[in-house]
Design a protein around this ligand. Structure first.
Ligand code: UDP
Length: 449
């Protein structure tokens, strides 16, 4: 249902691929509901404006001067927050003068901590966007409320269950620990990104049917309305790419030449870095599995190397046409391709949802933050993937074969098909995501301006 009164919203993304994508998708969802949408974004990783002619874009000087950031440090994130404060404030003041009460609210990524302060000063309602799962935020909050229960831990405890956080173990702790200890500054940061300040609601790229009990627990904690309206990439009418990097579309032609349901797609997302030992073990694991594979090796993602020159000698010759390596793939198209049978992933939340919605089961190789949480839920609760516990060629080979060739692999495939169907049901007229979206539209329209 389109709203009668034309209203506008300002969206503030956190400028990394896995966060920018869902914010742009949310923009498309809100635009399709009749809102005019402005994206006020840091200069860093500026989205491709021409892909989104329906939005107004406003670039904010973030002071980062385009420095290359792979995994942002706390310092980078705090700088970004501090530097964007004045540009956002000035822009909103101008916009409020021009638009008056047409401006309904500001929606911000929870890592853009400063936005709530700016909105409060201007008496503008703000809404937080969570781009990952409810399970991730819940585990984070549970830990920092009583950090002494979790830190420090011993190496001998790594496989022990985390208190109150089934199915997580100490090795899955989603708050970065060095030498099994957490720094107070790290805890403070996680507290800050979990604090919604005076924001009036939260929006989630997740599904109520999938995470209902955790969402309810979180809602008790936050006491504001929750709008789980995922999966964004299927709820959004947008077909245009949200990719910051150039996609290599030639791999689709390669996929066209492969047998149906035969290819393993391998990608560790936009930010993860591995060492050359892991690259070598993965390469031989894939080669020895005898399965066709499409592997994304992002330039700079192997420490000390530019790109695929880190691959072991003889590897490319041995795998020949059976393997294809690209620097960046059109991932959603790849996962939707009938040749793709499995996804070897770091379990970023976007990759996870994209895979499930294309009925592609997963091999989970998580690194940090939400990834270990997601990997545990995928492998232990939803049972739609296998977790790789050891990065060693024989283990990789076995796990690939298990996913692609075994009876257990067939069961995992059946479950991912069921899971997709349940999520799709939530997107139908009487489904939860559909209903929650209608409620969100009404909520924003009724905000006092
Ligand atoms: N992606 C892509 N091409 C690639 C690898 C990844 O387009 O070769 C996209 C993918 O579709 C997803 C996003 O990059 O939407 C990665 O987000 P995710 O949350 O999975 O992981 P992150 O990069 O934030 O770690």
């Amino acid at each position: 249902m389109k709203i009668e009164r034309k209203q506008s919203v300002v969206l503030v993304p956190y400028p990394f691929q896995g966060h920018l994508t869902p914010m742009l998708q949310l923009g498309s969802i809100l635009h399709s509901q009749g809102f005019s949408v402005t994206i006020a974004h840091p200069e860093y990783n500026t989205p491709k404006y021409s892909n989104h002619p329906q939005f107004v874009f406003h670039s904010m000087d973030d002071g980062l001067k385009g420095i290359e950031i792979s995994l942002p440090s706390l310092e980078n994130i705090y700088d970004l927050n501090e530097n964007c404060k004045a540009p956002l404030r000035n822009y909103l003041v101008k916009m409020m003068k021009e638009e008056g009460d047409q401006l309904a609210c500001i929606v911000y990524d929870n890592a853009m901590i400063f936005v709530d302060d700016v909105a409060t000063q201007l008496r503008l309602p703000s809404i937080v966007l969570h781009t990952s799962s409810a399970a991730y935020l819940h585990s984070m909050i549970t830990i920092f409320q009583q950090p002494e229960k979790y830190f420090p831990f011993e190496d001998s405890q790594l496989l022990d269950p985390l208190p109150e956080l089934h199915p997580l173990r100490f090795k899955d702790v989603p708050i970065p620990a060095f030498n099994n200890t957490v720094a107070e500054a790290v805890l403070d940061f996680f507290r800050a990104i979990s604090d919604i300040g005076s924001s009036v609601a939260t929006i989630w790229n997740t599904m109520q049917d999938m995470e209902n009990s955790i969402l309810l627990r979180l809602q008790e904690h936050y006491k504001v309305p929750f709008f789980p309206i995922g999966p964004f990439h299927k709820m959004a009418p947008m077909a245009s790419s949200t990719s910051i990097l150039q996609e290599d579309n030639s791999c689709i032609k390669w996929l066209d030449r492969q047998a149906p349901n035969s290819v393993l797609y391998v990608s560790l997302g936009s930010q993860m870095r591995i060492d050359d030992k892991e690259l070598t073990e993965t390469a031989w694991g894939l080669a020895n599995s005898d399965q066709p594979f499409l592997w994304v090796i992002l330039p700079g993602s192997v420490s000390g190397f530019q790109c695929a020159e880190a691959l072991p000698d003889g590897f490319e010759k041995i795998v020949g046409e059976r393997g294809r390596i690209v620097k960046w793939a059109p991932q959603k198209q790849v996962l939707a391709h009938p040749a793709v049978a499995g996804f070897f992933t770091h379990c970023g939340w976007n990759s996870t949802l994209e895979s499930i919605l294309e009925e592609v089961p997963l091999i989970c190789r998580p690194f940090v933050a939400d990834q270990p949480v997601t990997a545990r839920y995928l492998s232990q609760i939803y049972k739609v993937g296998f977790e790789l516990e050891v990065i060693e060629r024989t283990v990789i080979e076995k796990t690939v074969r298990k996913l692609m060739l075994s009876e257990e692999g067939k069961d995992v495939k059946k479950r991912v098909v069921d899971m997709k169907q349940n999520i799709v049901a939530g997107m139908q007229i009487d489904g939860t995501s559909h209903k929650n979206l209608n409620d969100l539209v009404d909520f924003i329209s009724a905000l006092p301006s």
